[in-house]
Design a protein around this ligand. Structure first.
Ligand SMILES: Cc1cc2ncn([C@H]3O[C@H](COP(=O)(O)O)[C@@H](O)[C@H]3O)c2cc1C
Ligand SMILES: O=C(O)c1cccnc1
Length: 344
């Protein structure tokens, strides 16, 4: 029997009506097919990349840039939302400083630079900075697989200005007008604010349009170090046969970029939560994940990866259940019931 048939047997042979665990069954099947074998243990790890963005000079955020460092520190100290979600669900996590604009320590130091440059004035990063950020994402994933046997990843980010850079990347990648992509980000605000943010996204992309033929160039010109790290991390997952969970607008944009670079990534990306940000559903769809496959619609908009942690927990639950519950073949039916069942 091939692997797909064995997974179907695992799911349909459990003592329950077929497909009664709905989308959980579908996603567990995707995880197992990504692994290439049925495994009894799920070993998750959540990676949060943190970096600052020069474009916040343009007034596209409601918070000071210092929050990136302070919240990344909170994360590393176990005091942020994502830390509590991870602790409560016993999921290990790492906070990676891939470009925080602060000399003090917050998480694991892989700082490429003290934030990107303002893309309204120049390219967000140099080619050398891009290459280093790319390598950080690849290496983090490869090391965790090799050292700790991680077999499912999830990603999150921390970076004031990240909904602006992600919107710019998505706009440059697809041509989709900013009106359909740009949302409020962290903090509720006015229509005027939204119009200004859309304008910055449109102008920033326009400014660099002649240099952005490849996805990598889009990320380099208008993206952020964290988006680059997530994108390369996802591609590394696919290369090494490990599935990953997608949550949040920024991570979904990184997924859309990764898909554009290598479509085999589709076999490895598992959706979790649908963010309030308007470009989220579209970003997933670009990587062939329809909105109906997203299990959680909780109106969260955080970016740290809280939805991913809930999804990993659900995947662990369904995996445990399929391996430990009774089988339909274990039922010992009375003769009359067997005759009835046979007749159905
Ligand atoms: C206290 C605080 C904690 C956060 N945790 C995640 N984000 C989220 O908000 C930021 C993106 O929104 P924008 O593009 O509007 O800056 C990212 O850092 C994201 O992770 C936070 C934002 C704040 C203020
Ligand atoms: O959807 C997200 O990922 C998001 C929304 C608001 C702020 N930060 C992230």
């Amino acid at each position: 029997m091939d692997l797909e048939a064995r997974v179907d047997e695992l799911l349909n042979g459990a003592a329950k009506p077929p497909q009664s665990l709905g989308k959980l069954e579908k996603h567990l099947k995707k995880v197992i097919l990504a692994w290439g074998e049925i495994r009894s243990e799920m070993k998750p790890h959540h990676i949060i990349f943190a970096a600052d963005n020069g474009v916040i000079e343009e007034g596209v955020v409601n918070y000071p840039g210092e929050i990136t460092y302070l919240q990344a520190k909170n994360m590393a100290d176990g005091k942020a939302t994502i830390s509590c979600f991870c602790q409560c669900n016993q999921i290990p996590y790492s906070v990676i400083d891939i470009g925080i604009n602060n000399a003090q320590e917050a998480g694991i130091d892989h700082k490429v630079a003290f934030g990107t440059k303002n893309f309204m004035k120049e390219e967000a990063m140099t080619q050398e900075e891009f290459d280093r950020a790319w390598t950080v994402g690849e290496k983090m994933v490869a090391d965790l697989i090799q050292r700790e046997g991680v077999n499912i990843f999830s990603f999150g980010e921390m970076g004031i200005g990240n909904t602006t850079t992600s919107s710019a990347v998505l706009h440059a990648l697809t041509g989709m007008p900013p009106e359909f992509i740009v949302g409020y980000g962290a903090g509720l605000s006015s229509n005027e604010f939204l119009k200004h943010k859309r304008n910055i996204v449109a102008k920033g992309v326009e400014r660099h349009k002649n240099k952005m033929q490849k996805v990598e160039d889009i990320l380099r010109c208008v993206g952020g170090f964290d988006i680059v790290g997530i994108c390369s991390g996802m591609l590394q997952c696919a290369k090494l046969g490990v599935p990953f969970v997608i949550d949040g607008f920024i991570t979904a944009v990184a997924y859309a970029c990764a898909f554009r670079i290598d479509q085999t990534i589709e076999k490895y990306g598992i959706p979790s939560h649908m963010s309030k940000e308007p470009g989220m559903a579209y970003s997933l769809l670009l990587g062939n994940i329809p909105a109906e496959d997203v299990i959680l619609h909780a109106n969260m908009a955080l970016g740290e990866g809280t939805g991913a942690i809930l999804m990993v927990s659900m995947l662990k639950t369904i995996s445990y259940t399929m391996q430990n519950m009774a089988r339909l073949s274990d039922f010992v039916l009375s003769e009359s019931a067997s005759a009835k069942t046979a007749a159905v």
